[in-house]
Design a protein around this ligand. Structure first.
Ligand code: RUQ
Ligand code: CUA
Length: 666
């Protein structure tokens, strides 16, 4: 309660400063929608949206895909959390995707996404996402909208400033939010030895140009601060990365007070080309660690999980010319780079202005050694020497900025609940519009790339309050679409989101939709348990392991009568969907199974593990309404006591030989 109060006091304090004790929230939410808004958001039935919007799911651990401007939910992609709807994390083939050095982790907190780029332009191949809690980075393949790969990050905790990519997707970069003792030393130390023992780490994950395969190229060992957000440079600043840092006080308790002491924290500028040179020159230390790398194979339809034991670490204290600190007022959150690569915007959560730094000035300051000192061995550039200028009185609680490529930045104001458009050259506010309420991230298609596609801007709000019909204490979070084709931003639609949205990205639908996979070719299926036709189906017992090779096609399973399963058996249902047509998945569920269902795409094989709990009759059925006779798509499996003599039998379309004593007589 006390904490909440003090937070409130800070907020009210800032409010009072800027607005002379007016209320922070807009007086009356109303609908704030005017004129032709409905027409602008309307996508006629049967018509496609012009954009895909990939929205992080926050504590749902998933990513959702919306159409813009309609706000229609198209898909939820399971990434870091198990998903009983799709069987992700429940099927034997997908379980390894959620393996970590801590074991199987069925959940995470997904905050940020970044679409792959070629020459600074979104290329529609992959989208990367971060797991905040158990540090990982995922790659989702946009041909299939499936999670293709997940890599764990050693020496990290609270993988928040992640994943952000370079202009040609050479690297995905991930900075740790919590500094912690490195993995190869004893972490069993007093918490108040923070200043001595805790370190920050930034990971550079390389991405294979053709396959997208990720691997940790190197890590930077940095001072023990909290890295919050990040963006790569572009064009002239292309070889650089920028990270916002807070808690430069290095507090280890009551951060809301103790990490808000300094007037300025930092943006850390990282010369990654230089870091690359040091790695090539063998300047990195090999550190023994343990992390896991999981890869999904589209031919076997199965994931494999591999444990890695080594990482290369560069020490930024001793290796000069990699990192520089730029002072940035007050607990910066967002760290954004404009499309030209010249301007770097830091958004101090507690600051009453937005500083805009100049890359050119930064370079001059560095070559002139225009420093005010150093912070743990890293030079601190003089604020004024890197500063292009400040946006004055932009609003309260600036968080994130995106760009329209026409010379404007758009910044969300968490405390004053608004989005503010400002001109990058003269730093004057051009327009401000209320949002409902307390916006976090925002997104313009391509808004963090060299070439934005500025038709819409979407704002993702943290608080929904009175925007929707009440649904108990918890309301769906709210996104709002603004038309930004004119000088003034125009609100055109609200839509609810899955989980809590943080960053989101959008791209014109043509960049992705034409390469979308429609179904998997059955002849290319190399899952070891595939059945390529009904003639290949079988039930095989080895000790107490039973493998059931099953097929699904409209509208039956083969086999659909199975007897001879016994108590103590471990049963593996390997279901192959024989369909070779778009949009004909089959589902598979069996009574009492302690997992989810399977949802099997055409041409795919997925496996459900089942250990029956008691003898009896167990129906199984298809869970996806696949044809007029979907309700007929079912079967029975008989489970007998361990010591019974019930023979192993399976069939489709004919009755099994009567199995004697167990026939129920009336
Ligand atoms: S955060 S609301 Cu990206 Cu996790 Cu800023
Ligand atoms: Cu297959 Cu319903």
């Amino acid at each position: 309660m006390k904490n909440f109060k003090s937070k409130l006091m800070v907020a009210i304090g800032i409010c009072a400063l800027a607005f002379g004790f007016q209320s922070c929230k807009p007086k009356n939410a109303g609908n704030a929608v005017s004129g032709d808004a409905a027409a602008k958001a309307y996508v006629a039935p049967g018509k496609y949206d012009g954009f895909y919007n990939f929205v992080s799911g926050g504590f749902s651990g998933q990513m959702s895909v919306y159409g813009l401007p309609s706000g229609r939910l198209l898909r939820v992609i399971p990434v870091f959390s198990v998903d009983p709807e799709k069987g992700y994390g429940f099927s034997e083939e997908t379980k390894p995707m959620l393996n970590t050095s801590h074991g199987f982790v069925p959940w995470d907190d997904l905050h940020h996404e970044d679409l792959s780029q070629t020459n600074g332009v979104i290329d529609g191949r992959w989208i990367f996402a971060n797991a905040n809690n158990t540090p990982r980075v995922a790659r989702v393949d946009l041909k299939t909208f499936h999670t293709a790969e997940i890599i764990e990050l050693p020496n990290s905790a609270g993988n928040h400033s992640s994943p952000f990519i370079t202009e040609n997707t050479e690297y995905v970069v991930a900075g740790t939010r919590f500094s912690v003792p490195p993995d190869n030393v004893n972490g069993d130390v007093p918490i108040n030895s923070y200043k001595k023992n805790f370190k920050g780490t930034i990971s550079f994950i390389s991405v294979d140009k053709t396959t997208g395969a990720m691997s940790i190229a190197f890590q930077l060992r940095c001072p023990g601060v909290n890295f919050d957000l990040s963006h790569s440079g572009k064009l002239k600043s292309g070889g650089w990365f920028f990270f916002s840092c807070y808690n430069t006080e290095q507090a280890n308790t009551l951060l809301e007070v103790n990490a808000s002491q300094r007037d300025k924290d930092f943006i850390m500028a990282v010369n990654w080309k230089k870091a690359e040179e040091y790695v090539k020159a063998g300047k990195g230390e090999k550190q023994t660690v343990k992390y896991v790398h999981n890869v999904f194979n589209e031919k076997t339809h199965s994931a494999t999980s591999e444990t890695k034991t080594e990482v290369i670490v560069l020490d930024t204290k001793t290796l000069k010319d990699i990192c520089y600190f730029i002072p940035c007022p007050k607990s910066p959150h967002g760290c954004d780079v404009d499309p030209t690569g010249e301007y770097i915007v830091g958004s101090g959560k507690l600051a009453a202005l937005i500083p805009v730094f100049s890359f050119t000035k930064l370079m001059t300051a560095i070559s002139n050694k225009d420093y005010i000192g150093d912070y743990e061995g890293i030079p601190v550039v003089k604020y004024e020497s890197a500063l292009y200028g400040e946006v004055k009185k932009p609003g309260l609680g600036p968080l994130h900025t995106e760009f329209d490529g026409k010379g404007n930045g758009y910044t969300t104001m968490f405390v004053s609940s608004e989005v503010v458009k400002w001109n990058i050259k003269d730093l004057k506010v051009v327009d401000r519009q209320p949002t409902f309420y307390s916006p976090g991230h925002l997104c313009i298609p391509g808004g963090d790339t060299r070439s934005p596609d500025p038709k819409y801007m979407i704002v993702y709000n943290k608080i929904t309050k009175d925007r929707y019909l009440p649904t108990g204490p918890e309301l769906a979070q709210s996104a709002q679409i603004f038309d930004i084709t004119g000088e003034k931003m125009q609100l055109i639609l609200d839509f609810p989101t899955i989980g809590e949205p943080h960053y989101a990205q959008a791209v014109a639908s043509d960049v992705i939709r034409n390469s979308s996979v429609k179904f998997y070719k059955l002849e290319e299926n190399t899952n070891p348990f595939v059945s390529k036709g009904e003639s290949e189906t079988k039930v095989v017992r080895k000790g107490n392991r039973v493998d059931i090779y099953l097929t699904a096609i409209r509208s039956h399973f083969s086999p659909d009568n199975i007897e001879g399963i016994k108590m103590g058996d471990e049963v593996y249902w390997h279901v192959t969907n024989l369909e070779q047509d778009w949009d004909v998945p089959h589902g598979f569920a069996i009574k009492g199974a302690l997992t989810g269902e399977l949802l099997i795409m055409p041409g795919e094989t997925q496996t459900l593990k089942w250990s029956p709990e008691k003898p009896g009759m167990y129906p199984f059925y298809c869970t996806d309404f696949c044809s007029a006779l979907h309700q007929e798509m079912s079967g029975y499996v008989r489970v007998s006591p361990k010591e019974s003599k019930t023979a192993l039998l399976f069939s489709t379309g004919k009755n099994l030989a009567p199995n004697d004593s167990t026939i129920v007589k009336n």
